[in-house]
Design a protein around this ligand. Structure first.
Ligand SMILES: N[C@@H](CCC(=O)N[C@@H](CS)C(=O)NCC(=O)O)C(=O)O
Length: 279
């Protein structure tokens, strides 16, 4: 490995050179093997993993159930992205983008696939009339923050996280660039939360559910072992909000779903949580 890299005229795929993600990073889409998905008895079938993008959806489903929407019962199936489960034919049929989370809504006349965590949150919020304000101005504000998260988190996860924590070698340029952006994003949230209890206003919404698993856990020092490096304690409003959200029973449960260690690999019933600690 040299310190500099001169790109060749034509990029070549070196399957062994993807660092920790060598098995999953691919320049092509589509399935690599025939593999059907399992289907349980509940209206919602979730295929996911307890990463920040996955947790958004399990928190939303648990919040809906906590709020008494029994129609939101779900089966959650584990997709091990490190083993390439997202490239199985059944998964690619429900998400041609081969990334978790993906949901199938069986509550209508024909099953409806939904991929992209933001689209899943919105689908469920509209279906149950919950966690999205009905006032048009408040709804638009919540949507702005939902889409802010979808556009911003790749700089955190795919940028900062990869170059600071996962890259096989550390380089100053990308670490500086993405640290700057990550701290700027934390400051955006900190200023927003200085004036309101939740991200988009006085009430907890799908905007909080989308943002908390990324920026809440980052602020808690639970992402990329980067708490001290980013000085996360200095974002005081983010700290107040992330603690408030993490106390919600549905958040505690949602975080445990599709977790291969110290959690529930699969979730098929509320009673499944009795076997694991929610603290
Ligand atoms: N924009 C997508 C991103 C989903 C995403 O990046 N999922 C990651 C896990 S957090 C994944 O499945 N990675 C597997 C891969 O890239 O092969 C969403 O919000 O749903």
């Amino acid at each position: 490995m040299t310190d500099t890299y001169t790109p060749p005229k034509v990029w070549q795929w070196d399957a062994e050179n993807g660092g920790e993600f060598a098995k999953t990073n691919r320049p092509i889409a589509g399935p690599i093997e025939e593999k059907e998905l399992q289907v349980g008895k509940h209206p919602y079938q979730l295929y996911s993993l307890a990463t920040p993008n996955g947790v958004k959806v399990t928190v939303m489903l648990e919040e809906l159930l906590e709020a008494g929407h029994s129609g939101a019962e779900y089966d959650a199936w584990l997709i091990r992205i490190g083993d390439g489960d997202q490239f199985g034919s059944g998964f690619v049929e429900i998400n041609p983008n081969s990334k978790i989370p993906a949901l199938v809504d069986h509550s209508g006349a024909t099953p409806q696939r939904i991929f992209e965590s933001g689209a899943i949150l919105l689908h469920l919020a509209e279906k149950f009339g919950a966690f999205l304000p009905t006032d048009p101005a408040e709804r638009t504000e919540a949507m702005s923050w939902l889409f802010w998260q979808m556009g911003s988190a790749p700089y955190l996860g795919g940028g900062f996280g990869h170059f600071y924590a996962y890259a096989p070698e550390k380089y100053e340029y990308p670490i500086n660039r993405f640290t700057m952006e990550t701290k700027r994003q934390l400051d955006v949230l900190d200023r927003q939360l200085a004036e309101r209890d939740y991200i988009s206003g006085a009430t907890y919404s799908i905007a909080d559910m989308a943002i908390w698993p990324w920026y809440g856990l980052l602020a808690a020092g639970q992402a990329y072992d980067s708490g001290e490096f980013l000085q996360v304690e200095t974002y005081e409003n983010v700290q107040r909000w992330r603690k408030q959200v993490s106390e919600r029973p549905a958040v505690k449960r949602g975080r445990l779903v599709n977790k291969s260690e110290n959690g529930l690999k699969e979730r098929h019933s509320a009673s499944d949580f009795e076997s694991v600690s929610q603290e």
